[in-house]
Design a protein around this ligand. Sequence first.
Ligand code: BG6
Length: 287
Amino acid sequence: MIDALNTRFSREDKLTFTQHPSGLVLGNVDTSRCAASFFLHGSHLASFRPKSQSRDLIFMSSEAVFAGGKPIRGGVPICFPWFGAHPTNSDAPAHGLVRTVAWEMLDTSLTGDVVDVQLGLIIDELELRYEMRFGDELKLAFSARNLGNIAKSCELALHTYFNLADATRAVVTGLERCNYRDQLTKVEHPPSGEPIQFVAETDRVYFGHTDEIKIVDSAAGRTIVLRPLNSSSSVVWNPWIDKSKRLTDFGDDEYQRMCCIETARVTPNQLLIEPGHTETVAVTIGV
Ligand code: BG6
């Protein structure tokens, strides 16, 4: 399988495929611009480091489990076609089905020193495409085309785990003017007018489109910039102390080194995909 992938999809020595120790297939990008990796499992971005940076932009838990049928703790899991618990079926897994199955490699290209990969998956009469573009910045673009005859209502989150030197000193700006729902209390809040700081367990869905979100990681002396496209919700998550201990695939103190800012479409801002139509949600991430 690895040989076949390399024959068809590798690009010089800048995009190659290897087998991860877990047995999952890993795509590896190494160019003058960045180093990155992704699993076909879940079409899951695992790491991205612009060559200007000594630290990865993306966090991966040291206790992550890499196995078919299981989500990976860190990187960018794709949550689709529902976010959080399934609305009616309590037996269904959290955050949908597509983060735990292998996607198909569809196409790759090398333009200048920018690597572009396309993966695909068909579920429930929806043709999914995921593009990852690896340059000085990372671009992630998810699209879903409705192959059926009835409109589909779907939630999505590009559940991005950011790698921070110190989350307790980090500040997130860009969401000050958005209403938000606190997922811990289910209480809806008006815009806070304030940047976000992590001082306790934080689990919020912010509503409304935002052109730019910044994560100021002062301990690392850098600011990570996200530019979402066609997203009308953003999820902000840090499990803090007690939840970190409850998560079996996450280190007890790893909450100090990450936060999730998820480019999303969460109810009531979910995607409505008409028959024959395609909806795309994307984000560009840089420093
Ligand atoms: C976030 C949710 O997006 O994902 C949280 O808002 C949830 O409520 C977190 O705990 C992690 O989810 P999971 O299923 O990957 O453990």
